[in-house]
Design a protein around this ligand. Structure first.
Ligand SMILES: [Zn+2]
Ligand SMILES: [Zn+2]
Length: 220
């Protein structure tokens, strides 16, 4: 039954997408000791443009192995039918680079058609066709006490901050906006980095975090 449902949804999705897909990567970079064990969640939250809602920046939940995503507008308004979001996770890898950085990479494939945001309009909420925010959930196993830390990284946080185990072991310090986002334009077959938004000096999040850090006497 589950297999049938998967095939059925996949067919619907293929019809919706029509063969021309965009791709995007959600990349979490962690400066971890090699002894720390990392596991990444099956579910990923990403802000995407949703042509069913005709709204930009909808939070969409993708699950590894699922043929489509779920726009959270669906969860908020259960009485209104919302079709599956036309996209999925095609790959999830965890790798440790030669630079000593551990990377959790989710690759998404999705459909996107240009539209003007129905509530705020194109000036306030421009359509982008790529993810604009992400939250990656993951676990870290402490190499000293073996306790498991369940945690997440998301773009709109004040930085820097440290992720520390209850025993006092410091896993890492997050100094820059995470996760990194990049997307591929299928027409030009080119990849683009989505610029960091929340750490930008002119941004309210950046200002607030700088004020907080200044209050603690930290400069960056
Ligand atoms: Zn939607
Ligand atoms: Zn510990």
């Amino acid at each position: 039954m589950a297999a049938f449902a998967f095939v059925f949804t996949q067919r619907r999705l293929d019809r919706l997408i029509g063969g021309r897909l965009r791709q995007a990567d959600v990349v979490l970079e962690l400066q971890l000791d090699a002894k720390v064990v990392v596991e990444a969640s099956d579910t990923l939250e990403v802000s995407m443009d949703c042509s069913h809602c005709v709204r930009t920046g909808r939070t969409v939940i993708f699950t590894v192995g699922s043929a489509s995503g779920a726009c959270t507008a669906d969860l908020a308004r259960r009485h209104q039918a919302h079709p599956p979001y036309p996209g999925r996770i095609v790959e999830r890898v965890i790798e440790r680079g030669q630079d000593g950085i551990t990377r959790v990479i989710y690759r998404l494939e999705y459909d996107a058609h240009r539209f003007d945001d129905a509530k705020y309009g194109p000036e306030t909420r421009p359509w982008s066709g790529h993810p604009t925010w992400g939250r990656v959930s993951f676990t870290l196993v402490c190499p000293l006490c073996s306790k498991v830390l369940r945690t997440s990284a998301q773009n709109n946080l004040g930085r820097p901050f440290a992720k520390t185990c209850g025993c006092g072991y410091q896993f890492y310090i997050e100094r820059r906006e995470m996760p990194r986002l990049r997307w591929r334009d299928p027409d030009l077959d080119k990849w683009y980095d989505v610029p960091a938004r929340f750490d930008a000096p002119e941004n309210e999040w950046g200002k607030a975090s700088r004020r907080l850090l200044a209050w603690f006497g930290i400069q960056r």
